[in-house]
Design a binder for this molecule. Structure first.
Ligand code: 7TS
Length: 412
């Protein structure tokens, strides 16, 4: 029996009240987990409990509620460090999500360290949130951007030119861990090691990995790692940026305001040490508290179990789609993460998603915020089914059944 089979997945599914509903008169089959995950009762209860019993501003009051809110906020930081095996809680900055984490690095580290002619290395499969902040930085500094190429529909990184790319004046290499539009799992530990040998700073976009597979930032050997709470069973509006201590220490503030200062004069301000230097203003307090509950919840299941479960569902969906006629599949044939991107011949991805929705199946269609990659693949959009541990083999059956119905509707 595999490890994933020893988990009572059916019982876990009952922790998600939102899944017990019908959509357009059909049982909801939620397969848009790469966009956002659903929230278990443990997270919803943690948020309610905080607002019902402890709500106050953090790091300011010396009254009981403020102390409780501050303790819970900082406990979540420690929990996040453990979640990704950071060496200490000072390396954890609360952000709004992956997008803000990457913007923070580009603004703060990038503006201080890059100059005209330096190179920012990305890959061709990046989400817009790991493209646009670097384009803005390149515009400000005169740095230029190079890309590790992607091999056609199979969507793997072509590493044959990595060494020559890395030796072309690269100062920072930012890469996605798991592609949200291909399901590719990149060999980030190897990429970080090869960059580090040349003194290049590395950033890993962990939006699609942190909640789905075990993540150990020290084993990955990255300098920065960003992820979003809402894709890991936590609330929206909260994210984690891990940064290596010595790098964060040397970085200027990202935003100015309350909370991030030691002392302020009319002419001059002294800033707090990281991580508080990067958390200006009243932060999202309930977010870290909800995320703390989510991290406890996921680790009680075991992310190695979640990974295996999601991979099994996606592999099954992929093989069954591949056995249908007139289906184009994107991303690797094997070792894919828990999502499948596809197109039905002569059917627009939005039509697939609209018709699937009528059948209660929630998919996503579009460019998935990876427009340059879509253009490289010669398409405008794809349809995508993305799985999580509360999805079931019966839902894969239903998904395939609905895809067959859509094909028949279009006469395929
Ligand atoms: N990086 C990757 C790889 C992503 O998949 C996403 C969101 C982000 C960054 C940005 O995360 P945010 O929480 O800051 O918005 N991806 C998706 C998606 O695939 N569908 O909707 C959002």
């Amino acid at each position: 029996m595999s490890a994933a089979q020893t988990v009572d997945w059916a019982r876990l599914r009952k922790d998600f009240p939102i899944l017990e509903q019908q959509v357009h008169g059909k049982p909801l089959v939620y397969l848009d987990n790469a966009a956002t995950s659903q929230k278990p009762r443990a997270v919803i209860d943690a948020l309610r409990r905080y607002y019902e019993t402890d709500n106050a501003n953090v790091h300011r009051g010396i009254h009981e509620l403020s102390n409780r809110a501050t303790a819970a906020y900082e406990a979540a930081r420690g929990r996040a460090a453990k979640f990704i095996n950071a060496a200490n809680a000072e390396e954890i900055v609360f952000t709004r999500g992956t997008t803000e984490g990457i913007n923070l690095i580009a603004q703060s580290w990038g503006t201080k360290n890059l100059k005209s002619g330096d190179v920012i290395l990305l890959t061709e499969m990046e989400h817009h949130s790991n493209l646009v902040p670097w384009q803005l930085l390149a515009g400000r500094t005169g740095a230029k951007i190079l890309y590790v190429p992607v091999t056609g529909d199979e969507g793997l990184l072509d590493l044959s030119k990595l060494d020559s790319l890395l030796s072309s004046g690269v100062k920072i290499f930012s890469m996605v861990h798991i592609s949200n539009s291909l399901g590719t799992v990149n060999p980030v530990a190897e990429l970080c090691a090869r960059a580090r040998r040349r003194g290049i700073v590395t950033v890993v976009d962990g939006a699609q990995s942190a909640g789905h597979c075990p993540v150990d930032v020290r084993a990955l050997g990255c300098d920065f790692f960003a992820f979003s709470g809402h894709k890991t069973c936590g609330p929206t509006g909260i994210g984690i940026l891990y940064g290596r201590r010595d790098l964060l220490d040397a970085m200027p503030p990202y935003q100015g305001g309350g909370e991030m200062i030691l002392s302020v004069g009319y002419d001059k301000t002294e800033f707090k040490h990281p991580p508080h230097r990067f958390e200006a203003g009243t932060p999202d307090i309930s977010g870290p508290i909800g995320l703390h509950a989510a991290m406890d919840y996921l680790d009680a299941i075991g992310r190695h179990n979640i990974w295996k479960h999601d991979q099994e569902l996606a592999a099954d969906a992929y093989q069954r789609l591949a056995s249908l006629k007139k289906v184009r599949l994107f991303g690797p044939r094997r070792d894919r993460a828990g999502l499948v991107s596809f197109l039905l011949k002569d059917v627009h991805a939005h039509d697939v998603v609209t018709l699937a929705d009528q059948a209660g199946v929630a998919l996503r269609g579009g460019h998935h915020c990876t427009q340059p990659l879509m253009h490289k693949l010669g398409v405008e959009s794809t349809a995508r089914a993305s799985f999580y541990f509360y999805n079931t083999p019966a839902e894969v059956d239903r998904f395939i059944e609905v895809i067959r119905e859509i094909q028949k509707f279009f006469g395929n």
